[in-house]
Design a protein around this ligand. Structure first.
Ligand code: ZN
Length: 57
């Protein structure tokens, strides 16, 4: 069964196996729909990780 993750930048659902763009933040793997989202995340990872905590994701 496919595992899904949420792109923290645009909230797209990403199929982890097919994700072309991923990054690691504090040991947690983060997936992105595009290099643009990855770039945005890496400029300010804390903002997006904090948002994830708030939504409980
Ligand atoms: Zn995205």
């Amino acid at each position: 069964m496919a595992r899904y993750s949420v792109d923290p930048v645009c909230k797209s659902k990403i199929e982890e196996e097919k994700a072309a763009h991923s990054s690691e933040h504090k040991g947690k793997k983060v997936y992105f729909c595009s290099p643009k989202c990855k770039e945005t995340f890496e400029k300010n990872p804390l903002q997006y990780m904090a948002e994830n905590l708030r939504t409980g994701a």
